[in-house]
Design a protein around this ligand. Structure first.
Ligand code: AMP
Length: 274
């Protein structure tokens, strides 16, 4: 496995399939499953590790975001990565500022609670796409709205890249794996299991015919009673994130909630088990 810090060093086998997994590092099994899938499906996997400053708000965790580079490199290698690209901020953001903004789908949910977040994400991913020039890009369903936004960007800007949305990996108690889970106190980690459990209950209630508003309101109350500060909890169509008013086979719950200072997001579909 090669580790490259500059685009000039990358020298990838352009012309053959290249699978790309963009990450912010602090790798866990969720990231590694993307790496394995990218390797299996394309035969060549490039991972980027870049804590992207432009997708963090002024009061968010950019400076404290974990950066365990040595461990990340070892894990990426064991999962089958061929190249890890670890650029400096100055390589990605030069003297000229240009933004990529996807309209519409970025307005609600994460877009509302994290103003500017998706502009940071689409801008960095577009830059990374132009540097790595992959044939296939692999993203996690864990960030459902991000998947919808990146997929829309690929379509709108005509990137010649196949988009893959891969399943969420979870801990044994159902909590979605996240680099931010390590911020949780032991007590909050215990409480955090209610996030998937509550979504499961809401989905079951909706499938049984309970009104969506009632099921989601009950879920919000349950989480609030356990100590969560719920920012949003909704039942949506996964490709465009519009709210659904009744059961749909493809419907998913989406949730963002804070436990203490840690902000967790998750989403779940009817057929998903944990
Ligand atoms: P991040 O490092 O948080 O930017 O995530 C990098 C990629 O890993 C994104 O495509 C995420 O959606 C994906 N990812 C994060 N957590 C998980 C998980 N628990 N299961 C699967 N993919 C994940």
């Amino acid at each position: 496995m090669r580790v490259c810090t500059t685009a000039a060093d990358l020298q990838l086998p352009w012309g053959s399939p290249i699978g790309f997994v963009p990450t912010m590092g602090a790798l866990h099994e969720g990231h590694l499953s993307l790496v394995r899938t990218a390797k299996e499906q394309t035969g060549y996997c490039v991972v980027s590790i870049f804590v992207n400053p432009t997708q963090f708000g002024p009061n968010e965790d950019f400076h404290k975001y974990p950066r365990p580079l040595e461990a990340d490199l070892a894990q990426a290698e064991s999962a089958g990565a061929d190249v890890v690209y670890v650029p400096e901020v100055s390589e990605i953001y030069g003297p000229v500022t240009a933004w990529v903004r996807v309209e519409g789908i970025t307005d609600a949910w994460e877009g509302e609670w994290r103003p500017g977040h998706f502009e940071g994400v689409t801008t960095v991913v577009a830059k990374l796409f132009n540097i790595v020039r992959p044939t296939d890009a692999f993203f996690g369903t864990k960030d459902l709205q991000q998947c919808a936004v990146i997929s829309a960007m690929i379509d709108a800007l005509k990137f010649p890249i196949r988009f893959h949305r891969e399943p969420t990996l979870r801990e044994a108690d159902g909590l979605a794996m996240s680099s931010r889970n390590r911020y949780l106190s032991p007590q909050d980690r215990e409480t955090a299991r209610l996030l998937p459990l509550t979504q499961r209950a809401i989905l079951d209630q909706i499938a049984k015919g309970e009104p969506v508003d009632q099921a989601t309101q009950e879920g919000i109350s349950r989480l609030a009673a356990a100590g969560f500060d719920v920012q949003y909890l909704a039942y949506v169509e996964p490709t465009n994130l519009t709210s659904l008013s009744s059961y749909s086979e493809t419907g998913r719950t989406i949730v963002a909630a804070k436990l203490g200072t840690t902000r967790l997001i998750d989403n779940l579909g009817h057929s998903e088990s944990f």
